[in-house]
Design a protein around this ligand. Structure first.
Ligand code: NAD
Length: 427
């Protein structure tokens, strides 16, 4: 148990402060693989670019996020953290952030919807000047329930594809009341985090939950975006026969030329051993598909929200449900078929495993930290819109990552620079 009395600690609601020492070790393990963020933290410690700034952050509470939060603290910010998904919190990390980091954390793994939103309200109670969101639940709650606080917010950042889509919809409606930087749109974010991070950690989540053999299985990936490409690539690497479903003809033809079978979900559902959705869309595995699934199929989701699989339809079709392993719920249907849903259809990589490896989150969270600094420096010039991460930040993060890996690349010579900006010389 923790020897720190509650009175000395910042405001919090976490599962068990006694888990702090274990969480601290995990935060240190992640830190060792986050060299770019460490460099930024050192500079922030000297320059204090976020001095006194109140940041409300709604992010997956993982060991990597803890390193981001400690970096923001080193820059002088006060950080108030809640979870961006009810199942993604690492309780020991949350405890260590409170006890060792002095950070206000409101997050408990497995919290119900009411608690999830109460925790978002708790961080809003800090009267934030900057928001850091993953999925836009914080920004949406702030705008809908606390319009009086919007004037005090200089700007925000958004981590994921689904959040960026929601925020662009808010901007198009004229509803967005402060500028946002879409961290997801940085090349050093989605090329790596969405593709290699989701690719690896999604398989990790499926395997930790089920321990199935992927080799020889028929593995359906719904959505061939950045995440879907990664999952398909890694599943094939482990010997699965991968099928892709898509609605975008360009992405579909890309999947074909990458060597996958592409078909409608209605056809894929009849032969799948595993179905993994990662589209950011709703009802991708629908009631009709559920009626066609093979006995014993495993269904999981890596998209942001738990509405890609029609869980109410699955529940309606079931005559019995039971938990058969951690994160594995069996639905026995009227005709005797069994369907296994992982992690209640929530992000399987963060629920049943630990989310992305720290090495990839190093770049994503370097983007978050530098975008927060950029937002504070430039908030006066920005409109109530969604902005991409400035190109120089993106390039600098890639440069630092390469440097940390000990990899050097060529530079353009003056002759090459002239050549690449000229039009006169041809064949
Ligand atoms: N699990 C994680 O850790 C993690 C990490 C990053 C992003 N995400 C989330 O994953 C989702 C996908 O992100 P992304 O970056 O790959 O997005 P993306 O926009 O690059 O790709 C999504 C793809 O899904 C396709 N799609 C849409 N509706 C479909 C349908 N009904 N059937 C089949 N395909 C369909 C789109 O055409 C698109 O190609 C988002 O919700 C995002 O927020 C999760």
């Amino acid at each position: 148990m923790s020897r720190v009395s509650n009175a000395q600690l910042p405001g919090h609601e976490v599962k068990d402060l006694g888990l702090a020492s274990h969480g601290k070790l995990r935060i240190e393990w992640a830190e060792a693989q986050m060299p770019v963020l460490r460099l930024i933290r050192s500079r922030f410690g000297l320059e204090r670019p976020l001095e006194g700034l109140r940041i409300a952050a709604c992010l997956h509470v993982t060991s990597e996020t803890a390193n981001l939060v400690l970096t923001l603290k080193a820059a002088g910010a006060e950080v108030y953290l809640c979870a961006s998904n009810p199942l993604s919190t690492q309780d020991d990390v949350a405890a260590s952030l409170v006890v060792d980091g002095g950070v206000s954390v409101y997050a408990i793994k497995g919290e119900d919807n009411e608690t999830y939103y109460r925790h978002i309200e708790s961080v809003i109670g800090s009267l934030p000047q900057l928001t850091m969101d993953d999925g836009a639940d914080l920004v949406s709650t702030l705008h809908q329930r606390h319009p009086d606080l919007l004037g005090g917010v200089v700007g925000g950042t958004e981590e994921t594809t689904t959040g960026v889509i929601r925020l662009r919809a808010m901007a198009a409606d004229g509803a967005l009341k402060y500028p946002i930087i879409a961290v997801n749109e940085a090349d050093t974010k989605h090329f790596f985090d969405n593709r290699y991070g989701t690719g690896q950690s999604t398989l990790d989540g499926i395997l930790r939950a089920t321990n199935i053999l992927l080799a020889g299985s028929t593995f359906v990936v719904a959505g061939y975006g950045w995440c879907g490409r990664g999952v398909a690539m890694r599943a094939r690497g482990m010997g699965a026969n991968v099928i892709v479903t898509e609605v975008d003809p360009v992405r579909a033809i890309e999947a074909v030329m990458d060597g996958y079978r592409v078909m409608k979900m209605a056809n894929a559902a009849t032969i799948a051993d595993v179905i993994l959705t990662t589209t950011g869309d709703v009802n991708v595995v629908n009631q009709v598909h559920i009626s066609m699934l093979k006995d014993g199929v495993i269904v999981a989701n890596a998209g942001h929200f738990n509405d890609e699989i029609n869980i109410p339809a699955l529940e309606a079709a079931a005559i019995e449900t039971r938990m058969v392993r951690d994160f594995v719920r069996e639905y026995r249907l009227g005709d005797g078929r069994r369907v296994y849903l992982l992690a209640d259809g929530r992000l399987v990589n963060l629920s049943a495993a630990e989310g992305h490896p720290a090495s990839v989150m190093d770049m994503s969270f370097a983007n978050q930290a530098l975008s927060a600094e950029h937002m504070v420096e430039h908030s006066q010039e920005l409109q109530c819109q969604v902005y991409v991460v400035p190109r120089d930040i993106d390039q600098e993060i890639a440069r630092l990552k390469l440097h940390s890996l000990g990899i050097e690349i060529d530079e353009l010579t003056p002759e090459q620079q002239r050549y690449l900006t000229s039009w006169q010389s041809g064949t």
